[in-house]
Design a protein around this ligand. Structure first.
Ligand SMILES: NC(=O)c1ccc[n+]([C@@H]2O[C@H](COP(=O)([O-])OP(=O)(O)OC[C@H]3O[C@@H](n4cnc5c(N)ncnc54)[C@H](OP(=O)(O)O)[C@@H]3O)[C@@H](O)[C@H]2O)c1
Length: 341
């Protein structure tokens, strides 16, 4: 009997919150790589989940084209090469890349984001978490865009997440005083005790505006913002003169049907001479090795802690995306489909 490839296709573009109802399960013929041109067949082992995936569902031009209705949902992940004539990607190689919500995909070395072999011995969950795109985002966003100096105060929102927790710990390693914002007492406890932040704010049970003021009496030198909306506004209110705001993401807005007005206090950027800059991690891909080397040193020295939230099962893929938007994820959100062979 012909082997089929299970896929989750985009059924409808969400208006508001994204959920399983926006995807449909399909069984398609197995993809056939053009082996002569170096393409390979990849079996999906583990998927990574990113808030940016919500943005890829919006039918507007962005840094990547939107996912088309009827196409498999775009996703990064780790897979294993199961068919190949390519000497650099032989059968058995573990690769990282855009492999989408499907059991098998074609790895194309000439594609937009070519499959990248994992360093030998790297488990898939490590490649997607502490050595994955969120850590590269943290590294380049904080160091290149934020430009921290020892002794400065760094405020991080989404601080217990995959990106935020690495930002906060790199800031600590650079000699900064670090204040993290997260959405539960358990996440705040982990940030204080394991990640060794100087102070934490549980935005769900504390007055965010007031607590930032109390914990940053001389103002915030760098605000690394993953959340946007009222959190961004609260951070702006407490910026020090010549501070830098690193706009990494705005997860509180991603499911909005109408854009939020504001922040309403942008004039403070003028009076306090603040620089606010967005960035996309993909712009730094040519410096990946620099970040991986630094992260490796910190991880081996026990200086950076991380957590992986591992779900399982092909049927659970769409529901797992929702976990990012209700804060259920504890660390980097991944989903395991198969073990490497
Ligand atoms: N610029 C880039 O190149 C780039 C690359 C990767 C990621 N990002 C951005 O980085 C941010 C974090 O992404 P991640 O992959 O590391 O995810 P993550 O932080 O591991 O998970 C998302 C977290 O966001 C928080 N959250 C969800 N809804 C929220 C809301 N309405 N208000 C406040 N917090 C909310 C939740 O934490 P709590 O429980 O603490 O609320 C949740 O655990 C996102 O904004 C993402 O778009 C940007």
């Amino acid at each position: 009997m012909e082997k089929l490839n299970r896929q989750w296709l985009l059924k409808d573009r969400p208006q508001g919150s994204v959920g399983p109802e926006h995807f449909e399960l399909a069984q398609s013929p197995m993809p056939e790589p053009d082996l002569a041109s170096g393409q390979v067949l990849v079996k999906t082992l583990m998927l990574g989940f990113d808030p940016a995936m919500r943005g890829w569902l919006v039918d507007e031009p962005s840094y990547l084209p939107p996912v088309a209705v009827g196409e498999p949902m775009r996703a990064s992940g780790v897979g294993q090469v199961v068919q190949s004539d390519n000497n650099t990607l032989p059968v058995g190689t573990l690769i990282q890349g855009l492999i989408n919500w499907q059991e098998y995909s074609i790895g194309d070395p000439a594609g937009l984001i070519p499959p990248a072999p994992l360093p030998a011995g790297t488990p898939p969950e490590l490649a997607l978490s502490v050595f994955g795109g969120t850590s590269l985002t943290a590294y380049f966003g904080l160091l290149d865009v934020g430009q921290p100096k020892s002794g400065e105060t760094v405020l991080v929102s989404g601080a217990a997440g995959a990106t935020g927790s690495v930002v906060a710990q790199i800031a600590r390693l650079k000699g900064c005083r670090v204040v993290g914002i997260a959405g539960s007492s358990e996440k705040c406890e982990w940030l204080s005790t394991t990640c060794k932040l100087d102070a934490v704010i549980d935005y769900k049970s504390e007055n965010l505006q007031q607590r930032i003021g109390e914990l940053c009496p001389s103002g915030v030198d760098i605000f690394f913002d993953n959340v946007g909306g009222t959190t961004l506004e609260a951070g702006i209110a407490h910026m020090a003169d010549f501070g830098r705001i690193v706009l990494c993401g705005a997860i509180s807005n991603y499911n909005d049907t109408t854009p939020q007005p504001g922040p309403r206090n942008l004039m403070l950027l003028v009076s306090r001479r603040i620089r606010m800059q967005g960035f996309i991690m993909l712009d730094f891909l040519d410096r990946t090795q620099e970040a991986i080397d630094a992260l490796t040193d910190w991880v081996l020295a026990g200086e950076i802690a991380w957590r992986v939230d591992e779900q399982e099962g092909f049927d659970n893929i769409p529901a797992t995306l929702q976990r990012l938007f209700n804060g259920s994820n504890v660390g980097k959100q991944v989903l395991k489909l198969a073990e490497p062979q």
